[in-house]
Design a protein around this ligand. Structure first.
Ligand code: HEM
Length: 400
């Protein structure tokens, strides 16, 4: 069965047009399927729900592979640059014990209560954006509606004052789009986080950065690079994901008019729309790659030591063993809670409640205020942000 796969099939244009057909074949293969990325790295793709869960929780699959290799790779003679130091401290790329320690510290400040307190504020921003696109008439749901929301929410959560918001948005646009080629945006951003942290240390407020600098957890606290890395990760992990969910939820609703009618009639369905969008077309296709730390058995096969594992959330969320009629978009489905679009286990998305809240409040506002919303000419059959994705929509008369 493995022989049926071409070595770079995952990246071929035909697979990109219909990745779910590819993952259905991987599920049926009964063993991890090797694929080579354009840089020549071999990945073992796993796509059954139960196997992806097992992979996400496996004690010998993780990120810091260099710590398990013998002999230990000799340290580089050059000290790491500041940008390298910061990116090496990001929660998402660490294993225990560092991951456990950082995650605990950050979770203390990033509680469900902190997030819930933002609800009215986020609803206000969503209402302003919706009023803005009503005035535009024809607009792009990515640029005009979805994109401005998460960066403003992170700025508010972190505690960036109004007068600094424009600078914060500029740096984050560069960092999030991975176009900070010389590292200057990361360094300017780091200097700004230092400055803000110093201000909050002197005069704490009710915001995330005050909470993070005040942490004295049995003498343990975030050091400077960890603090900068954390704020940067919130931006990177929380921006495109949330925009992707909002844009694709709107696209799916407008291409399933009876479900769009249901939402307009009852905006409290917005939460269910968000969940089904996450299952049917979540923003994360494959979780950031992990490595095997030794030879091990997974998904019906044996994986060699020190190789990349590609755990596919898209594969898991369309597994017919967990979801009935998995390829049908249905906001009323009873089994949606089984989706793992936010991952699972120790790296489960830290911003899941925030992302859900933002997407739900935006869809509620759209359903209430833009009942005449429709696809404009040229609307794509998927919104892929990495490829400059747009979603042209229209309200009011065609001339508007
Ligand atoms: C709305 C849609 C979102 C989706 C579908 C999503 C998805 C994910 C997934 C799948 C992971 C796990 C990655 C892994 O296992 O390697 C993750 C981790 C993470 N997410 Fe999200 N995310 C979303 C929004 C957000 C938001 C709004 C924030 C913060 C403001 C955020 C912050 C994080 C952080 C910090 C991690 C790393 C957690 C860790 O490594 O312990 N995410 N997210």
């Amino acid at each position: 069965m493995i022989d049926d796969f071409r070595p770079m099939e995952l990246w071929e244009p035909e697979t990109r047009r219909d990745p779910h057909a590819f993952y259905a074949r991987v599920r049926a293969a009964g063993t991890p399927v090797p694929q080579y990325d354009p840089a020549g790295n071999r990945f073992w793709i796993v796509a059954r729900h139960a196997d992806v869960l097992a992979g996400l929780q496996h004690p010998d699959i993780g990120h810091e592979v260099h710590r398990h290799q013998e002999p230990d790779l000799s340290p580089s003679p050059y000290p790491p640059s500041e940008t390298e130091r910061i990116s090496s401290r990001q929660l998402i790329a660490l294993d225990p014990p560092d991951h456990t320690r950082l995650r605990r510290l950050v979770s203390t400040a990033f509680t469900a209560r902190t997030v819930a307190r933002l609800e009215d504020w986020i609803a206000g921003v969503a209402a302003e954006l919706v009023a803005h696109v009503r005035r535009l008439g024809r607009f792009d749901a990515v640029t005009d509606l979805a994109d401005p929301l998460p960066v403003n929410v992170i700025a508010q959560l972190v505690g960036v004052p109004d007068e600094d918001r424009a600078r914060f948005r500029d740096w984050s646009a560069t960092i999030v789009s991975a176009s900070d080629y010389d590292g200057s945006a990361t360094l300017a951003f780091a200097a700004y986080v230092d400055e803000l942290a110093a201000r909050r240390r002197a005069e704490p407020r009710d915001d995330l950065i005050s909470g993070l600098v005040a942490l004295e957890d049995g003498g343990d606290a975030l050091d400077r690079d960890e603090l900068v890395a954390m704020v940067q990760l919130l931006l990177i992990a929380g921006q495109e994901t949330t925009v992707d969910v909002i844009a694709n939820a709107l696209r799916l609703l407008l291409t399933h008019p009876e479900q769009w009618d249901d939402l307009r009639a009852d905006p409290s369905l917005a939460g269910a729309v968000v969940e089904e969008t996450l299952r049917f077309r979540g923003p994360v296709e494959i979780v950031p790659p992990r490595f095997t730390f030794r030879e091990l058995d997974l998904a019906g096969g044996t994986l060699p030591a020190f190789e990349r594992v590609g755990l596919s959330l898209w594969g898991a969320n369309r597994d017919p063993e967990v979801f009935s009629h998995p390829d049908v978009f249905d906001v009323h489905r009873a089994d949606v809670a089984g989706h793992i679009a936010f991952g699972y286990g120790s790296h489960f998305c830290l911003g899941a409640s925030l992302g859900r809240l933002e997407a739900r409040l935006m869809l509620e506002a759209v359903a209430r205020e833009l009942p005449d919303l429709r696809l404009a000419d040229g609307a794509p059959d998927d919104v892929r942000l990495h490829h400059g994705g747009v979603l042209p929509l229209q309200v009011g008369s065609p001339a508007g």
